[in-house]
Structures are given as C-alpha cells and as structure tokens.
Design a protein around this ligand. Sequence first.
Ligand SMILES: [Cu+2]
Length: 157
Amino acid sequence: MIRFRTLAFVGALAVASLAHAHAYELGDLTIDHPWSRATPAAAPVGAGYLVVTNKGRTDDRLVSAAAGISAKVEIHEMAIVDGVMRMRALDQGIVVPAGGKVEFKPGGYHIMFIGLKQPIAKDSSFKGTLTFEKAGTVEVEYKVQGMGGGAAGHSGH
Ligand SMILES: [Cu+2]
C-alpha cells in the first residue's frame, strides 16, 4: 500500500507541474512561462521573467512590454558596473536572434513593473502584453511565485 501511495503522490506532482507550465505562440516566437515574484505591501516595483525562443530565420526584437498592474513597464538588464549590481532600461529593446532565445531571469534581463498599483500577491496571476518588432503583440499571463532570493537585486530602484 505504501508503494501505491507514493505513486499517487508522484502522479499528483506531475499534474501540478504541467498545470504550472504555460507558453504562448506568436508567429515564429514562443514565450515560455512568464512569471513574477510576490512583492511586499509597499513595494514600488516588481519584475517579470520569461523565455522567448525564435524558431524563425530572421531576428526579431522585443520592443516593449505593458501590464495593467503598474504605471509603467520597462525592459531591463542587470549588470555589474564598478563592482555593483545595477540595472538599466534597454530603450532599444532586446534582439531575439533567429534560431536562438533570450532568457529573462533573476539577475539578468527582466521586465520591470514600475509604480505598482497594488502589491503582486503570491499565487495570483496578472496579464500583460509583449510587443515584438516583426511578430507583433501577444497577451501573456504572469504567474506569481513567492518572495525569494534575487529580489534584493531590485533595491537599486
Ligand atoms: Cu529592473
């Protein structure tokens, strides 16, 4: 019986992780698993992460992002400048190379939500859009995970 219960548990985990994975197709682009982190009550900013894969033969470019949860949304990069981790807005967006991908992840590229209208709550989700130079605009849903390491990197704001 113990073996049976273990199998049932593993099965439930597999279903849960499938439900958690989500992806969006837009022309030659795939946008994988947009997610965000819960923020403390008074936090002015939050960040979004995802992976964009380009199956096409021409480069594309993420030119802008938007979301209803904040006054402003920017595309940011984290980099070490003079030994200090800083972030900067990428006004030209980010190229998604043909046959390649761009990962937005903690400590690297991220979508920055500036001027949050409400805290980003754990286990919730919110909608946003991503606009690419060639492929156009796609609506995505960011799934919110709990607070955790890496969030401190946003103290630079
Ligand atoms: Cu940022």
